[in-house]
Design a protein around this ligand. Sequence first.
Ligand code: ZN
Ligand code: ZN
Length: 359
Amino acid sequence: MSFNPLVCEDCNIECVFEQIGLLPSEAAFSNIGVSWKCPNCNKRSLDMCFLGLNVPKKDSCLNCGEVFQDNICQGCGETKTEEDEFFNAYSSKDEAIKDLYNIFNKGLVRRAFLIANYILREDLTITAAWNFKFSALSFLKLKEQALVLLKDALTAGAPEVLFLSCGNVLEELGRYQEAIEYYDKYLSLSHAKKKAVALSCKANCHIALENYGEAEKLFLASIEEDPNELNSYTDYINLLQDLEKWEKSLETIDRVLKLSLTTEQTNLLLEEKSYVYAELEDGEKSLNIAETVLKNNPKSVRAHYLRGRALALLGRLEEAQGEMKIVLELEPNHEDAINAIKMIEEVLVKTKPIQWKLI
Ligand SMILES: [Zn+2]
Ligand SMILES: [Zn+2]
């Protein structure tokens, strides 16, 4: 039932959780399977369960949404007392919310959903509990179900920030035009706090629809709305690079580098900068920047690769080859590095003077 770990029938001990998955033929009903393994006899058992995808209501079962009669749910047999017991194991609501992901990851899927519903039944505006439900559904690839639940939740009075979640799910389903409508609904709210995020998400939908000009405008609007929202910049920079607008990309990277950033963020941006210079075939600049990154983070695969690429641009082929070998030491399947080594090898063979052997 995935409220508690399964107990092995033969050994009478608790099984260990293995994995969660959708039951393919039952997907429409949101049935999932949790697989458990006995640590003693190694026997595997599949625990099937369905999830409480209803918007929790007062006086209805948190597990299946049906009504109670004499304390017992008429749909699934859960008792109200059991519901209370699951929740009362925590000293506070916050503690329970924090534990949701933890128990989900332990395979106690239904228990996690029930606790989230318990919290939401008291107060539909607790965004953290909704977020848990949507990320769990997304993990289980139940996106359609997540969408239905989101729409029901919004009708029932859940926080309007869920318009954004609706947009995100629709985006994941490839329904970009509808996603844009939800982002617009959010943007039309006078008290919306995450406008920059909504603008940026909308921009990404326009990229998917190949409306690049509109996407650029939206990214700029997002940056204007919140000049510290890093995601807007990174998505915008990616777009500029895809459109091969290198100068504008450099300009934007420099603008972001002026924000207060972590060392990791700075390094990522410098790698982008080194990449842009490589695309512009400016080996010198690309090399200098890649080396700056390597001073801070000597294990960065990308920075080593960019250093190798810059060295090749500068005609320092043997050094470039050595650098690509470092990339492969760090990441043996790095395809670009494997190809680069082959290409450099071919050029080196052609340009090497013939070594006469004297016998
Ligand atoms: Zn066993
Ligand atoms: Zn029930």
